[in-house]
Design a protein around this ligand. Structure first.
Ligand SMILES: [Mg+2]
Length: 177
């Protein structure tokens, strides 16, 4: 265990800019993947089921992320499949810790992102940064009130994915701790 802060990684949005308008994105490679969470919502034998989910990944993201002064972990609905299916495409090690959700996509009574409460429990008082496309001001306020350590919640637009500014912001935040 180090005293580095945690960096919690969402897949869809920050690493897979699923809302990008252009079919080909500079620096990204298109993959066809079959994550369990997606397969469970497809009709078996359908064209989509056969083709798999289109995921665009940038092979420079892994080296850039591991070059930051953080301990990386997955905070994604892909859960352990982030290690098996996403890590090879972005160039991350295949054995990062995974935040496990009791349930995915549940509605929160206070309008928080469904991940926020489990993330706080998992972080257990450690400083953390978190990149996700679904974070809102409510999550920021809740974390500020219920987490007794610095936290940076960075909303990443799913049209762009992680960009230079985001890497700079993460580094700056970690170095200022
Ligand atoms: Mg996402």
């Amino acid at each position: 265990m180090t005293d580095r802060p945690l960096l919690l990684l969402d897949v869809d949005g920050p690493l897979n800019p699923f809302a990008a308008r252009l079919p080909r994105l500079r620096g990204y490679t298109t993959h066809r993947l079959r994550p369990t969470v997606w397969l469970s919502r497809q009709i078996p034998g359908s064209r989509r089921h056969r083709r798999g989910l289109r995921v665009r990944l940038n092979a420079s993201h892994g080296p850039r992320l591991t070059g930051l002064p953080f301990e990386l972990a997955w905070a994604s609905a892909w859960m352990h499949e982030a290690n098996t299916l996403i890590a090879p495409g972005v160039g991350l090690p295949p054995d990062l810790p995974v935040v496990e959700w009791p349930e995915s996509f549940t509605a929160d009574p206070d309008g928080l992102l469904w991940k926020t409460r489990p993330v706080l429990e998992w972080a257990a008082g450690r400083p953390f940064a978190w990149v996700d496309d679904m974070l809102t001001a409510r999550d920021v306020a809740h974390v500020a009130e219920h987490h007794d350590a610095p936290a940076l919640l960075l909303r990443i637009h799913p049209k762009w994915g992680l960009r230079d500014d985001d890497f700079a912001r993460l580094r700056g935040w970690a170095e200022a701790l």
